[in-house]
Design a protein around this ligand. Structure first.
Ligand code: GDP
Length: 140
C-alpha cells in the first residue's frame, strides 16, 4: 500500500525570495495536510548527509553548498498517495521542464536552485521525515 506521507523542504532560494507563504498555500490547496513543520538551517555536514545518495554526482558539492546557504522550511505532508501526488505538484527537477502551475514552474530559478524538495519513494519519505523530525514532533 502506498504511504500517505512525504517530506518536503522549501529550499534556501525560495526562502530568500519570499516564497514560503506562496508555497505553503499551494501545498494546502493541493490537499496536503501539514503534520510536522520547522524553520531551520542545515549545516554543510547535515546537507551532505541528506543528499549522500548524490555523492558521486558532479553537482554534489554545489548542492551541499546551496542547501546549507540559508534557512529552509522542512515539513511532513499527509495525503493519500502522498509521494507520487506531491512529485506532480512540484514538477520536474529542471524548472524549464516543469509543467505550468507546478511549484517549480512558479518559484524555481534553475535546476540546482529549484525551490522545493519532495521525497521520491515511500522508503525515502520515511527516512527523510525521521532525518528532520522526532516522533514527538509529528502530529497525525
Ligand atoms: P529531485 O528529486 O527532483 O529533487 O531531483 P534529483 O534527486 O535528481 O536531484 C536532487 C537535487 O539536486 C535537485 O532537486 C537539485 O537541487 C540538485 N540537482 C539536480 N541536478 C542538478 C544539476 O545538474 N546541477 C545542480 N547544480 N544541481 C542539480
Amino acid at each position: 500500500m502506498a504511504s500517505n506521507r512525504t517530506l518536503t523542504m522549501i529550499k534556501p532560494d525560495a526562502v530568500r525570495n519570499g516564497h514560503i507563504g506562496g508555497i505553503l498555500e499551494h501545498i494546502n490547496k493541493a490537499g496536503f495536510k501539514i503534520v510536522a513543520m520547522k524553520y531551520t538551517k542545515l549545516s554543510a555536514e547535515k546537507a551532505g548527509e541528506f543528499y549522500a545518495v548524490h555523492k558521486e554526482r558532479p553537482f554534489y558539492q554545489e548542492l551541499v553548498d546551496f542547501m546549507s546557504s540559508g534557512p529552509i522550511v522542512a515539513a511532513v505532508l499527509e495525503k493519500d498517495n502522498a509521494v507520487e501526488d506531491f512529485r506532480k505538484v512540484i514538477g520536474a527537477t529542471n524548472p524549464a521542464e516543469a509543467e505550468e502551475g507546478t511549484i517549480r514552474a512558479k518559484y524555481a530559478t534553475s535546476i540546482g536552485e529549484n525551490a522545493v524538495h519532495g521525497s521520491d519513494s515511500d522508503e525515502n519519505a520515511d527516512l527523510e521525515s525521521n532525518f528532520h523530525f522526532a516522533q514527538t514532533e509529528m502530529f497525525a
